[in-house]
Design a protein around this ligand. Structure first.
Ligand SMILES: Cc1cc2nc3c(=O)[nH]c(=O)nc-3n(C[C@H](O)[C@H](O)[C@H](O)COP(=O)(O)OP(=O)(O)OC[C@H]3O[C@@H](n4cnc5c(N)ncnc54)[C@H](O)[C@@H]3O)c2cc1C
Length: 295
């Protein structure tokens, strides 16, 4: 009998995992590592670990392995944490892994983007157990109702790796992967202070997150954790405003699930205008402050 274990590294990941399981039509349990464990998502059981912080991946894998027996699918939301932990778990369980699942044709046949999102691969899992990471945008909202049984579980953090410090990026702004609005910038932002004063001010005015291209990150204009794209974060906001972003394949791979993309670029031939829903040919140093003052 097929059954899914959805592993939510943070409480808010439980809902999209439930949506994924519901679309597959399989029964599921949810294991919530940190944050609130919602009980109306249709899970047979909610396992709540109640951790305040995630332990190092090596410790987490050993603990999760003990909870993974009896499931045919072990799924997490695509994120840095899931890539780190679930790949190790697939290795420990010696089973197949499919990352960045965007659709499912059946409980064993999945679609995932390849070549920076310019092609979609259909892959079939032949192993009895599959470890999956899932992009929430493909599966909508879960049906809610009922009340799942909640079991408190203990996750042992015993490890030879000691976390000495945690640095939270982004300050009070929303997390990039959760944000409804993202204001993103590229190489023309010049330096960290300009990036913050131009884009940060706009983001704060609209309650959004700030994102950056890899060129901006590599030039020291924006911190690493703000990078959006193929080798950065995959985002799916309602509104993505890209200022001074050329629209490289690698950047666009991270934003294509955005509902509305707005590009501000002074070059009318910039590739981003081919994908953007709205385009403004303008100097961002004029346009963004003006937008900030008018919103
Ligand atoms: C393996 C690999 C992985 C990669 N992964 C990523 C990734 O995850 N994310 C990512 O972003 N990139 C990634 N890249 C890099 C990517 O190829 C591009 O180099 C990068 O996205 C370009 O960033 P940019 O648009 O900021 O810079 P540029 O290409 O320099 O473009 C700047 C744009 O700003 C415009 N502009 C200049 N001045 C102004 C102004 N004053 N007002 C308005 N517009 C202005 C220009 O017309 C131009 O279109 C990757 C590359 C490789 C090879």
């Amino acid at each position: 009998m097929s059954k899914i274990l959805g592993i939510a590294f943070a409480g808010h990941e439980a809902a999209p995992l439930a949506a994924f399981a519901q679309r597959l039509g399989l029964p599921f349990d949810l294991l919530v590592l940190t944050g609130n464990a919602e009980t109306d998502l249709g899970a047979e059981k909610v396992l709540s670990a109640g951790l305040s912080d995630l332990p190092p991946a090596s410790a987490l894998v050993e603990a999760l392995r003990a909870h993974a027996t009896g499931y045919t699918h072990i799924a997490g939301i695509s994120s840095m944490a899931s890539k780190d932990v679930l790949a190790r778990l697939a290795g420990a369980l010696d089973c197949a892994m499919v990352t960045d699942v965007i659709a499912a044709d059946s409980p064993t046949v999945f679609k995932r983007p390849i070549v920076a999102g310019s092609a979609i691969a259909t892959v079939e899992v032949l192993d009895p157990v599959a470890v999956l990471t899932v992009r929430p945008a493909g599966f909508g909202q879960p049906n809610r109702g009922g009340s799942s049984a909640v079991e408190t579980i203990s996750i042992s953090a015993a490890s030879n790796v000691v976390v000495t410090n945690r640095v939270q990026g982004g300050g009070a702004r929303p997390d990039l992967t959760q944000a409804k609005i993202i204001i993103s910038g590229g190489r023309p932002l010049k330096d960290a202070a300009t990036f913050e004063s131009v884009l940060g001010a706009f983001a704060d005015k609209v309650g959004g997150a700030v994102g950056a291209t890899r060129a901006a990150v590599d030039s020291g204009i924006a911190p690493n954790e703000l990078q959006v794209g193929q080798t950065g974060k995959i985002v799916a906001p309602d509104l993505y405003i890209a200022a001074g972003v050329s629209g490289s394949t690698q950047h666009m791979a991270g934003i294509k699930d955005s509902k509305v993309i707005v590009a501000i670029n002074k070059d009318p031939d910039a590739p981003i205008f081919e994908t953007a829903d709205f385009g403004l040919v303008a100097d961002l140093f004029d346009a963004v402050p003006e937008l900030t003052s008018k919103v």
